[in-house]
Design a protein around this ligand. Structure first.
Ligand code: 0O2
Length: 248
């Protein structure tokens, strides 16, 4: 459900702004190992109700964008939809985790339609840039590597925090370049000629088909007029044109 919503949003953006804000969308179900670790860490009683209540990221959607501002734009568009209820928002871009982790997390509730019932499901939506995603997958590997001596793991952790800051700075710099590019393109757009401006204004005044019809009619009359003039010159007289009016 949620993945389809993002796919539709991406299409709408592409039509409206001529670019796709989403690089990739992945739906994921939490792995059993990861689920068990979380149940233990949060000391959740082993009942379906308790797990559903306390573990909100069993079903997840990861949306990877090119630029940070696309993340907030897409989050707003999703939350504006009638059937989506926001349960919790965690902005790890505004406030990164001590590990250096950056992403926007939305826990939302969405109705799903089963064979004979409608149920509300909690879904964790993780929105991040390509750079944030690249960083998170490398850091994820470090977290679950078992045979790394503690001092080396600490050193690598420090370096990863540094990399996270560098990649965040790069994200915002690239976003700024994109904005400047778009502005420059707009400012240097070729200006229409006087004739194009006049034609444009006329087309805007009237529906296109009517405008085309009028132009065709004008052309027809002009040609008939020219034909009449030619005939007149050939016979040496000023003749009535075929359109029935006197051509001068
Ligand atoms: P996996 O294997 O990806 O599923 P909470 O649910 O709020 O009580 P939690 O789990 O800390 O507690 O929630 P949070 O911080 O929103 O994290 C949920 C998921 O975000 C994680 O799921 C990761 O996918 C991702 N994440 C959070 N922090 C980090 C981090 O420091 N590094 C990386 N690489 N990913 C992070 P799981 O269950 O931890 O892992």
């Amino acid at each position: 459900e949620v993945e389809t919503k993002f796919q539709v949003l991406n299409e709408q953006f592409s039509l409206q702004y001529d670019r796709n804000p989403i690089e990739s969308i992945k739906s994921r179900l939490k792995s059993t190992d990861s689920l068990i670790r979380k149940i233990r860490r949060k000391q959740v009683p082993l009942t379906v109700e308790a797990i559903e209540q306390n573990i909100t990221d069993i079903a997840g959607v990861r949306v990877v964008c090119s630029f940070p501002e696309d993340i907030y734009l897409l989050a707003d568009c999703l939350l504006q939809q009638d059937d989506i209820t926001l349960i919790e928002k965690k902005d790890y871009i505004e406030e990164p985790k001590p590990s250096g982790y950056r992403s926007l997390h939305l826990i939302v509730e969405v109705p799903i339609f089963l064979q004979d019932e409608k149920r509300n499901m909690k879904v964790e939506v993780q929105l991040r840039t390509i750079a944030m995603d690249f960083w998170a997958s490398l850091e994820h590997q470090l977290r679950y590597k078992k045979n790394i001596p503690e001092d080396q793991a600490e050193e690598l952790g420090r370096e990863l925090v540094e990399c996270s800051d560098i990649s965040a700075a790069l994200d915002f710099r690239m976003q700024d370049i994109r904005k400047r590019l778009a502005r420059a393109e707009l400012e240097n757009e070729p200006q229409p000629t006087e004739l194009q401006r006049r034609m444009g204004a006329r087309l805007r005044e009237q529906p296109v088909l009517t405008a085309l019809e009028t132009n065709l009619q004008n052309l027809k009359e002009k040609n008939l007029g020219r034909a009449g003039r030619l005939r007149g010159r050939q016979t040496g007289t000023d003749q009535e044109t075929e359109s029935g009016r006197k051509d001068t």
